[in-house]
Design a protein around this ligand. Sequence first.
Ligand SMILES: NC(=O)c1ccc[n+]([C@@H]2O[C@H](COP(=O)([O-])OP(=O)(O)OC[C@H]3O[C@@H](n4cnc5c(N)ncnc54)[C@H](OP(=O)(O)O)[C@@H]3O)[C@@H](O)[C@H]2O)c1
Length: 163
Amino acid sequence: MIKSIIVAKAANNVIGNNNDLIWHMPHDMKHFRSTTMGHYIIMGRKTFEATKKPLPGRTSIVVTRNKAYKAEGCIIVNNIQEAFDLGKENQQEEVFILGGGEIYKMSMDMADKIYLTEIKETFEGDTYFPEIDYGKWKETKREQYKADDKNPHDYAFVELIRK
Ligand SMILES: NC(=O)c1ccc[n+]([C@@H]2O[C@H](COP(=O)([O-])OP(=O)(O)OC[C@H]3O[C@@H](n4cnc5c(N)ncnc54)[C@H](OP(=O)(O)O)[C@@H]3O)[C@@H](O)[C@H]2O)c1
């Protein structure tokens, strides 16, 4: 089972602020939706609370230390390994790690693949993606885009697999 991180990060690694996303990039939202559709998606409790409800068409797994935590339509786990085990038990070929900062940090050494959207600007924020050690990751795909009237920043869809 492939464990894939999916993230959109700014040039300075910022991914969020005040428990929310910073930029509005509809093409990235579309890319996120089509990449994750039908799959298990694993997210930290704070990211789940930012989205407020489970994402349609996907199996939402929320990671929390709170053993009493409940969220309608979601599977709750108390550590990320439990989420991976559920994916394996249910014959998933690929599961997606959706963030946020804490969950990315703990899964960087466990992930096999990263679907990375590079937003080609710096932003102020309070949550960061860990520095990618490119000695450990091989780029297998890169699609570059210029800003347009709907997507206000230059960006790239990149795929990295562990070397
Ligand atoms: N740009 C992107 O692609 C992207 C994607 C996702 C999120 N984000 C942004 O990231 C930010 C949220 O990230 P965050 O770092 O604040 O929070 P987070 O990673 O979404 O969630 C943190 C929570 O996960 C649980 N957790 C952490 N470590 C755990 C462990 N070892 N065992 C069990 N549970 C554990 C804890 O929940 P409890 O406190 O309930 O125990 C913790 O409070 C937001 O701004 C969001 O918009 C950006």
